[in-house]
Ligand binder design. Sequence first.
Ligand SMILES: Nc1ncnc2c1ncn2[C@@H]1O[C@H](COP(=O)(O)OP(=O)(O)OP(=O)(O)O)[C@@H](O)[C@H]1O
Ligand SMILES: [Mg+2]
Length: 361
Amino acid sequence: MKILAIETSCDETAAAIIGDLDNTQSLNPTTNITSSPQILSNVVVSQIDIFAAYGGVIPEVAARSHLEAILPVTHKALDDAHLTKDDIDYIAVTYAPGLLGSLLIGTLTARTLAILWHKPLYAVHHLKSHIYSNWLQEQCIPTFPLLSLVISGGHTQIIYMPEHNHFEIIGTTRDDAVGECFDKVAKILGLPYPGGPSIAKCAEQGDPTKYPLPHPKIDGLDFSFSGLKTAVLRAVQSACNLPITTPSHELASHLTDQQKSDFAASFQSTACDILLEKLNSALQLHPEVNSIVFAGGVSANQALRLKAQKYFTNSKVFFPEPKFSGDNAAMVGAAAYYEILSGVTPVDPYQLNILPRTPIK
Ligand SMILES: Nc1ncnc2c1ncn2[C@@H]1O[C@H](COP(=O)(O)OP(=O)(O)OP(=O)(O)O)[C@@H](O)[C@H]1O
Ligand SMILES: [Mg+2]
């Protein structure tokens, strides 16, 4: 089986070819699926350099950049795998959620190729792809039932999966996503875009206990991150002896490098603790789970990985390879791979709608 996968939900234009690996080392007891997806090529063109100058993504610019990149990226994915269109059995594409203009470029490309090349088309939810990035490793793959913590630029959710392709959202953020919070705190500290990796790097020289920050009191398994962002803002204003009316963009110039590192470390540590405490509560409710699966851009965070390994010593914890934490098409192919093997029917390429906001399914 060979799948051409396409991903354009935000500011990465990506295409990958996924094939079959007959290794069966981690046969899932709840399914008869005995193979795992193999990456034959994986091409990602990021628009980070464009948006670093603006400090964030401009949707219209992102869509135009996808338009320029999508065909060269798709051709490169085929070339890198030494394949032609005739070798491709299926096409997969991200249809939701994401930026409207960005999703349009990817889905129109995939629909056109599916129609012209007479290939079945699979429309994949972006968060499902993030979760399935954990099936791209050859050593060991997750087994069901599992709990997934999806932590990205747009989402913070705990998802229970009894088996492939079944999702129950049991916790979600009530306001900001944790990735968005990393990005906004980085702005307060004057660190470059994207904020997550900048915070992680700056925090290496910092003391995570220097500035105690509050944990939100939200019942159940839901999250809230907007208060943490404001708490950092107030703590920075206080450390600089400035009034709370001081605009956030004026604060960084008042901080020393050591203060920035201490704030980055304190924030990162608090954000990780909040995530892991909720995930632990979910685990108490679902003691039957076999795997804990992290997914999304924030799962690249090294401090989180270390804390999680210590926190969940009795469970099997999975993180995607760091290069598959952010947006890429290999994970779209992996998600489609299990849809195909599970007998999910393809979509009609003439009917496929993009859905910028829709829950995982
Ligand atoms: N090492 C890191 N530590 C913390 N956060 C990180 C790290 N690397 C990336 N991030 C954060 O991950 C987010 C990007 O992840 P991702 O690409 O999965 O999000 P998205 O695709 O924009 O949103 P979504 O997947 O919800 O649609 C950004 O907020 C970024 O700052
Ligand atoms: Mg994403």
